[in-house]
Design a protein around this ligand. Structure first.
Ligand code: SAM
Length: 295
């Protein structure tokens, strides 16, 4: 397994390279991807006048949803490592504050303390999740709440690798696949690991609940394939490929995504998630926290 500094650099480079795809498909991601965060958004119970942080906010769609819930007397702030996505979020939602930063290397997110933190599909991507979750906990007021979603395992999210596998033979080299606990879509598969990480980061009252949803989208096979390729690990290689290779990559993805398609009706992509909730412990941690793998 690579060391934390190497994983952090790899993560930053990956998201810098992925940003263009996420920006291009931001509206689709907001609309079709909504079920990926809906359970956490419900459990967040954002109230007027609250201050709420959105970690890994991408192009800001969920931050805007939170901003609407807390109203003008509250504040919703988004943080994301990808500067280009943060700039896109600022353009899409000019009244909302967004920060570009690696959550792992901040003492606390500017604007702290927050009443609550929301995060959709980000915590499992952190190079050092204890460091990232510690920043989140330090950014919360004592007792402040966390509501997040992460992927469960690959078996309950079969569509996730389909676009990459279908596209890969037609494209240049892809980023390295994660090994062991390295950051990636399925690094939070084990709920015991999530509990260890959040406990080490100073959270209490941790709950981890399975949640099954489906992403539903139109029956436009080419557009669905391109969206899933561009927001996945093959996105950067796809964007630099020749148009003929791009067309072959889309065709390859379409073939593997076919089992999720009902012709004339559209696609239904099943997604298995963990809904994770926790509260920030009241007292600050004075030592450098680590994940205790012995439990
Ligand atoms: C899978 S995307 C999800 C984006 C958005 N939450 C959504 O659901 O549409 C993960 C996001 O986390 C961000 N991210 C990854 N590592 C991060 C880190 N260490 N600090 C802050 N943001 C990070 C990425 O740039 C990306 O926007």
């Amino acid at each position: 397994m690579a060391d934390t500094a190497a994983l952090r650099a790899r993560n930053a480079a990956f998201w810098a390279g992925a940003a263009a795809g996420w920006i291009r498909h931001a509206d689709r991601q907001d609309e079709v991807g909504r079920p990926l965060g809906a359970a956490a958004m419900d459990r967040l119970t954002a109230r007027p006048a609250e201050r709420i942080l959105d970690v890994g906010c991408g192009c800001g769609g969920t931050t805007a949803e939170i901003a609407a819930a807390v109203g003008e007397t509250g504040a919703a702030i988004g943080v994301d490592i990808a500067e280009a996505m943060v700039n896109a979020a600022r353009q899409r939602y000019p009244g909302i504050r967004f920060h570009s930063a690696d959550i792992e290397t901040l003492d606390a997110v500017p604007g702290a303390p927050f009443d609550a933190v929301f995060s959709r599909m980000t915590l499992m991507l952190l190079a050092d999740p204890v460091a990232g979750c510690t920043t989140i906990r330090r950014s919360l007021r004592p007792g402040g709440r966390l509501a997040a979603t992460v992927f469960r395992d690959s078996g309950v999210n079969p569509w996730l690798s389909a676009a990459m596998l279908g596209a890969a033979p037609h494209l240049g080299p892809l980023p390295p696949l994660p090994v062991g606990d390295e950051p990636g879509p399925f690094s939070f598969t084990d709920p015991a690991r999530i509990t260890r990480i959040l406990t080490a980061a100073g959270f209490t009252a941790i709950t981890i609940t399975p949640c099954d949803v489906a992403l539903e989208t139109t029956d436009d096979a080419d557009a669905v394939a391109e969206w899933l390729i561009e927001v996945g690990p093959a996105g950067a290689a796809y964007r630099t490929a020749l148009p003929t290779a791009q067309a072959s990559a889309r065709a390859g993805a379409v073939r593997l995504l076919d089992r999720f398609r009902e012709p004339g009706a559209g696609y239904r992509l099943p997604a298995g998630l963990w809904l994770v909730t926790a509260n920030a412990a009241g007292t600050p941690t004075h030592h450098e926290p680590r994940e205790d793998k012995s439990q």
